[in-house]
Write a protein that binds this ligand. Structure first.
Ligand code: ADP
Length: 542
């Protein structure tokens, strides 16, 4: 027997319509590429998004066709999020930190029709424009006065001209909620990048879950500043969450240094922020060097790579900002787990509580997870057994765009490529990425633990632990370290620092000091590059 409830498709446009109608005066504040601060309300943003939707229609963008962006976090990018998906086309957020060859490859693979870009990316656009195969027009996200006087780019249009040329009389179309809404490519640290094609339904369900108190916990009383880029898994869904709950949104544009971020946090009364650990490192260094604090910030969401306990301590103990450690990936929209504590963990002594918080956390409702051994058999949730993490749920990828890489699922589960433990309370902890695991004498050593210990040393700015070849053990851990400016520390000091903090056989065999550790387009350490760099490293224990 069928139920008798309304059949209303879950569509992205409804989020903006809701924000406009119920939180119309709430502000969206952006630091623009030009450096100035721009303010508008959800009401104005809604109107402009509808004008833009009319412009897209006039440009002949059909249902399901891809519209690309190369843009920082800002109000125009947000307008595109809604105008493109809302009108039935697919928003494809390109990552401007990729090599131009990769951008061309991805744009061709996605068959992008139009590309909207922030002016700071004009040189990149000029490099790729003659090479991309399907893009008909390039739209500079600026007003007429700032349009480049001369550019080699053919079909260069002005964003504000497009908005001005159309009125806001546009009715968001109603269609199947399983229709594609947006497209993100994985960063492709191994092999070609693969596209993950989200649907309106998956995005809406993800938004409901992300907004929950034990998810990213956002409300109408919050002012949210996503540092995580809108070109990186939809800024972890925050542009959708903010509209659903009516939070004020603050966008930092390209200014992601500690000083600029801190100024914006304070000036706009930001209560919640989100980003990868490398961004927070810069912010904390600035705040500490200038003896500053946070007067409104209550919480920061940290994910993308493991948040070292030393960073958690700095935020929570020195600045009274709670850290919410979260885990996810492009393939899961991205939220999988968030580390909000249960009463039992809240009651623990401070050190144990910190240890609990350092885990990647519990699944948000909608995601199911398990860990499996090499034979595929499920492992116990005892906090000890570690194996590959598999997930499933309505916002988890079922297959990659254009079927790239074949069927990724194993019996209906998506293998994440992460190695993890799960404890009896359901708290998951990533010990490593499968491809970064160090295998010593057949036993796995988790590099994240080793890095976290090094990062707790006062002289260490950055640390990465990789496998180095060993004649007896096959692989042994090699610690690669960037020192803090003017800090004095020796190899012996650091090796001694591991004593009593970890099983002796996990202690790295060697330490090398470098000026910089290579970071990828999403701010993560590129361990494959480090392994290449140190492939001939001879360990003193060899
Ligand atoms: P890519 O896989 O292309 O780097 P993603 O942004 O999708 O891009 O990265 C997802 C991966 O990032 C996860 O599989 C995991 O390895 C890592 N990751 C994300 N959040 C965390 C976290 N809180 N702790 C440890 N690793 C994390």
């Amino acid at each position: 027997m069928y139920a008798q409830m309304m059949q209303q498709p879950l569509l992205i446009s409804s989020l903006l319509t809701h924000a406009e109608r119920h939180h119309g005066d709430r502000e969206v504040v952006s630091r623009r590429v030009e450096g100035d601060i721009h303010r508008c309300t959800y009401r104005e943003l809604g109107q402009r998004a509808r004008r833009l939707a009319n412009a897209l229609q006039a440009m002949d963008i059909g249902f399901g066709e891809r519209v690309a962006t190369l843009a920082w976090n800002g109000y125009r990018h947000l307008e595109l999020y809604y105008a493109v998906s809302g009108s039935g086309a697919v928003l494809h957020t390109l990552n401007p930190r990729l090599h131009p060859d990769q951008v061309v490859w991805i744009a061709d693979h996605a068959e992008d029709q139009v590309l909207f870009f922030d002016l700071s990316f004009l040189p990149l656009i000029e490099a790729i424009a003659p090479r991309v195969k399907t893009i008909k027009a390039f739209v500079a996200m600026t007003d007429r006065a700032l349009m480049p006087a001369k550019s080699a780019v053919k079909n260069l249009l002005c964003y504000e001209d497009l908005v001005d040329a159309h009125d806001s009389d546009f009715t968001w179309p109603r269609f199947d909620e399983y229709s594609a809404s947006s497209l993100c490519y994985t960063s492709g640290t191994t092999g070609n990048p693969k596209g993950v094609l989200y649907s309106h339904r998956s995005t809406l369900l993800h938004t409901f879950a992300a907004a929950l108190p034990d998810g990213l916990s956002c409300s109408a009383r919050d002012t949210v500043l996503p540092v995580v880029p809108m070109f990186h898994v939809n800024a972890w869904g925050l542009p959708y969450v903010a509209c659903m709950v009516g939070a004020k949104l603050v966008f930092p544009g390209p200014f992601l240094d500690g000083k600029s971020l801190h100024e914006l946090f304070e000036a706009e009364g930001v209560t919640v922020s989100a980003g990868v650990p490398t961004v927070w490192q810069g912010l904390l260094a600035h705040v500490e060097a200038h003896d500053l604090g946070f007067s409104t910030m209550r919480r920061t969401i940290i994910g993308g790579s493991a948040c070292p306990p030393s960073m958690m301590r700095a935020f929570q103990e020195r600045h009274d900002v709670q850290v919410l450690h979260a885990w996810g990936m492009t393939e899961i929209s991205p939220l999988g787990t968030a580390c909000t504590l249960k009463p039992a963990q809240l009651a623990l002594p401070p050190e144990e509580r910190l240890a609990a918080q350092s885990k990647q956390g519990r699944v948000v409702f909608g995601v199911d997870m398990k860990i499996v051994g090499d034979d595929g058999a499920e492992l116990p949730w005892d906090g000890q057994a570690s194996g590959e993490l598999l997930v499933r749920g309505p916002w988890v990828v079922a297959s990659y765009f254009k079927g790239e890489g074949g069927d990724p699922l194993i019996d209906g589960w998506f293998p994440t490529g992460d190695v993890a433990t799960i404890d009896a309370d359901g708290f998951m902890q990533i010990t490593d990425r499968a491809k970064d695991v160090i295998k010593s004498g057949g036993e796995w050593i988790g590099s994240i633990d080793l890095e976290n210990i090094a990062l707790a040393h006062p002289a260490v700015a950055m640390a990465a632990c990789i496998a180095a070849k060993h004649p007896k053990w096959d692989e042994r851990p090699l610690l690669v370290v960037v020192k803090k400016p003017d800090a004095q520390v020796t190899r012996q000091d650091l090796l001694g620092f591991y004593e009593g903090r970890i099983a002796r056989w996990w202690t790295p065999d060697d330490v090398v000091f470098v000026d910089a550790i290579p970071l990828g387009a999403t701010g993560k350490v590129q361990k494959n590059k480090l392994r290449e760099q140190f492939q001939d490293h001879v360990l003193p224990t060899a």
